[in-house]
Design a protein around this ligand. Structure first.
Ligand code: GLU
Length: 468
């Protein structure tokens, strides 16, 4: 049995995306787990923008991060937008802080300025590749002799330890990850911490910020596991306590291929027209975590954000790669559509009204439609029901059929069929009720609208035809 690792104190977690693209399923899951852990323990969830790699920055990406979190309801307690006690929360605005901490390491003899030219570094890289076995550890420590010689330029390297410390991860346990050296041509893994543009590298900024922002738990994707020894070495160099690390498995589609655009790899905001955020969050939460259950007992997998917060525990994270099945997302969407609270329902009404340019009250119809749909885009099959728009393309005998229906005061379908041919009734009714020649089956429409609305629409249609 795994040791219990779920914290019992208010933790500080962070989501630290780089603005290099849009937020997709994998990154929103990272944000979600950090959010759930913070909220479950009564702690704080911090958003930090890691924008030190100016070349990889993509326009609009930062905005996409804010919007994606907002849509999912994962509102940070501290962020570049709202600030907080440990700001600024955007790394490009923290240059002086990194400079100060890099100098501290230089003064301790644990970092040094490096003036090697690009060409020299390139040659070193190539010669390292030719070694047998080849190595990606390439630098020869040429500049280590004059560690604080600022005239060499702005690049500062970390003096990496001979052996990296083992790391402890709450899912993976203790790991000893060392770079591959070539014993005959010893090179050093002295990675750059400050670049010539005055900005820090990811590793350095990440460690300095997690420490200064008092982060207690780092939940991030498994792809960062191999960087963690570098981070822990930096914590040790400063004499700081590292946070707890939790590296969560990759997210893959069922076929193990990259998720297709429609599956949210194009950015989760592209799913807004199809799924409710609560359904998406529910779906994502279960990729790598399952709520505790008493043995033999089933549990309801459909959970809103508050239930997820309540049930979330680091003790029930799973280790394997999580596979995405879109059917399950549809299932959750249907379930969540059936249990919208007043606020969510009002929001949906507003969205539907603006998306389909509808005027007036849509709530009553929407309530009737919801049990029939799985995804939100299916609402488009029903929009003609909100308000029929009549055209001069009137079916034959329409007026007569409609009058008969009205005068007989019979709006049950069976009764209607007694008074005219099935085809005529259906065509005329479809016209009166929707204004369209095609669409949902007439009995379905009759069922959705109800007798009062049917009567109103038949009168409207007759009135329209009379004025043609
Ligand atoms: N900026 C990194 C990213 O884009 C953060 C990794 C981490 O959480 O340490 O994923």
């Amino acid at each position: 049995m795994r040791m219990r690792v779920h914290p019992t104190f208010p933790v500080r977690t962070r989501f630290a995306p780089s603005p290099t693209g849009v937020i997709h399923l994998g990154s929103i899951r990272t944000a979600l787990y950090n959010y759930l852990l913070a909220k479950n323990t009564g702690g704080s969830f911090i958003l930090r923008i890691e924008d030190t790699d100016q070349k990889r920055k993509i326009k609009g990406s930062e905005e996409n991060i804010y919007q994606s979190l907002k849509w999912c309801g994962l509102i940070p307690d501290e962020s570049p937008m709202i600030g907080g006690p440990y700001g600024p929360y955007k790394q490009s605005e923290r240059k002086d802080i990194y400079k100060k901490y890099a100098e501290i390491l230089v003064d301790k003899g644990l970092a040094y300025y490096c003036g090697c030219s690009k060409d020299r570094l390139n040659d070193l890289r190539q010669s390292a590749m030719k070694l047998k076995p080849p190595t990606t550890v390439t630098y020869d420590r040429k500049c280590f002799d004059k560690p604080s010689d600022k005239s060499l330029g702005g690049i500062i390297r970390f003096k990496s330890p001979v052996t990296y410390p083992s790391i402890t991860d709450l899912i993976h346990g203790t790991k000893n990850i060392q770079p591959q050296y070539n014993v005959d041509d010893r090179r050093y893994d002295d990675f750059v911490i400050m670049k010539s543009d005055g900005l820090p590298t990811y590793h350095f900024a990440n460690v300095v910020d997690d420490h200064l922002m008092k982060i207690t738990h780092v939940i991030r994707g498994e792809e960062w596991l191999s960087s963690t020894p570098k981070h822990v070495a930096l914590y040790e160099a400063f004499g700081w306590e590292p946070p707890q690390f939790v590296h969560i498995p990759l997210l893959t589609s069922l076929s193990d291929k990259k998720l297709s655009k429609r599956d949210g790899d194009d950015g989760i905001l592209s799913l807004r027209d199809t799924y409710l955020p609560s359904a998406l969050i529910n779906f994502i939460a279960l990729f790598g975590w399952a709520p505790a259950r008493d043995s033999g007992q089933s549990f309801d997998e459909t959970m809103d954000l508050n239930t997820l917060i309540e049930r979330f525990s680091l003790d029930h994270l799973t280790r394997g790669n999580a596979k995405v099945s879109k059917d399950k997302l549809g299932y959750f969407n249907k379930r969540h559509l059936q249990s919208l609270d007043d606020k969510e329902f009002t929001k949906l009404c507003e969205d539907v009204k603006s998306k389909y340019s509808l005027q007036g009250e849509v709530g009553d119809f929407l309530k009737k439609i919801l049990p029939h749909i799985t995804t939100l885009d299916e609402i488009s099959n029903y929009t003609h029901l909100f308000k029929p728009i009549y055209t001069s393309d009137v079916p034959e005998n329409c007026r007569e059929v409609l009058l008969k229906i009205l005068n007989d005061e019979k709006f049950g379908l069976d009764d209607m069929l007694k008074i005219s041919s099935k085809k005529d009734v259906f065509k005329s009714l479809r016209y009166a009720l929707t204004g369209l020649p095609k669409g949902l089956k007439v009995p379905e429409i009759v069922d959705l609208l109800g007798p009062q609305e049917i009567e109103k629409r038949i009168n409207n249609a007759i009135h329209y035809i009379d004025n043609l």
